[in-house]
Design a binder for this molecule. Structure first.
Ligand SMILES: Cc1cc2nc3c(=O)[nH]c(=O)nc-3n(C[C@H](O)[C@H](O)[C@H](O)COP(=O)(O)O)c2cc1C
Length: 360
């Protein structure tokens, strides 16, 4: 249908302007392939994979679908250049980044023949990324999951749409879950929606059932945005692990015990991502300088991916962290990805008919 066939669809050759975002430990090959196969655009999470595992995951998606998909990376990964070359060789469609990559990274992605999709949380970030030459802006409002900003979607989105002024497609993110949201995003001038939490709660998402249950049970006010976890504002469910981390910030007593625990987790992260200790330390020091963090916060930053894995992979929603969008408080069903996408498209069209009905 023509109004759902937006510039984003043309740019990346997708049927529907519906993106499943890159979510660490969540958007693996199965979820990503299911989204692209159903006519959306799936994004594989690769931040916690070493380059070899990243390529293996890309090939697993490829086996399941001929449709295009993207890969999520961190703009400050030390082996970023190598990863971009590997992804170009695999022929993937786009690389997505949370956090503003330097212009040189965006250029490198473009030179490799890939598109860049960049998450922005403030109008100023959007301006910077437009100047840097990003191909798609993903405007994520405060209600969104994981690392998130403080401007709500209803205000961020029109601001970013105005700044982009039709030069690049804009995706609306933060709080979207259904077809009304998609129609509203298009009415705002966006070119589609990007959703994390909604896709986390589908059949194809491998997040264990007892953990999904915690998300389903949450109300709209059961999540918080905190810097206590890795120094950057992150939205998580207010569970036991979050409360402990938040208290630990005010309580120096257990600092050494936690530092030791964080060190063990940093060792695991190192093994998984194939980084050297020197790279890990350099990254930690850069983070400390950039964000003005204490050493303990830096060690916590290395710790948080493993605490997220404890919940989302190992299935322990008490001791692990549960990144989430506020929208979890709204969700109660677990559709397949195809059911979800078909339902969103049908409901968006119905919402479009309402505009029509008012005219008649
Ligand atoms: C469990 C979880 C993990 C996430 N991990 C990442 C990540 O690794 N990289 C990234 O760019 N964004 C990550 N995000 C943010 C999402 O990609 C997306 O931008 C956000 O969830 C959108 O908001 P919504 O949840 O309201 O749809 C994560 C979000 C969640 C809920």
């Amino acid at each position: 249908v023509s109004w759902l066939d937006t510039p984003f669809c043309s740019l990346l050759d997708v049927r529907y302007p519906i993106v499943q975002t890159g979510m660490g430990w969540v958007s693996g090959a199965r979820l990503t392939a299911a989204t692209s196969e159903a006519g959306g655009f799936g994004i594989l999470a690769a931040v916690t994979l070493d380059p070899e595992a990243m390529v293996a995951a890309v090939r697993r998606v490829r086996k399941r679908t001929a449709a295009g998909f993207g890969v999520n990376l961190r703009p400050d990964q030390p082996d970023l250049a190598e990863r971009i070359d590997l992804l170009a060789a695999e022929g993937i469609a786009a690389v997505s980044f949370a956090g503003g990559p330097p212009p040189a990274v965006i250029l490198r992605v473009r030179d490799a023949g890939l598109r860049s999709i960049v998450t922005v949380g403030r109008p100023r970030h959007a301006e910077k990324m437009l100047d840097a030459g990003a191909d798609v802006l993903l405007a994520q409002g405060a209600e969104g999951g994981g690392h998130t900003g403080d401007v709500p979607t209803s205000l961020l989105l029109p601001a970013v749409v105005d700044l982009a002024a039709g030069r690049v497609p804009v995706l609306a993110a933060g709080g979207f879950f259904d077809g009304r949201g998609l129609a509203a995003a298009i009415a705002w001038g966006a070119d589609g929606v990007a959703m994390g939490t909604r896709f986390l709660l589908t059949r194809e998402s491998r997040v264990p059932d007892e953990v999904k249950r915690r998300y389903f049970e949450a109300s709209l006010t059961d999540s918080v945005v905190s810097r206590a976890l890795d120094g950057q504002p992150m939205r998580v469910l207010r569970n036991e692990a979050y409360l402990e981390a938040a208290q630990a910030v005010d309580n120096r007593a257990g600092a050494w015990r936690r530092l030791a625990g964080a060190g063990r987790n940093a060792a695991r992260v190192r093994r998984m991502t194939g980084q050297s200790w020197a790279q890990l330390a350099r990254e930690g020091l850069a983070l400390r300088r950039r964000e003005g963090l204490t050493l303990e916060q830096v060690s916590r930053a290395a710790d948080s991916p493993m605490l997220i894995k404890t919940a989302l992979v190992d299935g322990d929603p008490v001791h692990g962290l549960l990144p989430t969008g506020q929208v979890a408080g709204y969700l109660a069903d677990e559709p397949t990805v195809a059911e979800l996408i078909d339902g969103i498209v049908a409901q968006a069209l119905e919402a479009g008919h309402r505009f029509q009905d008012f005219q008649d």
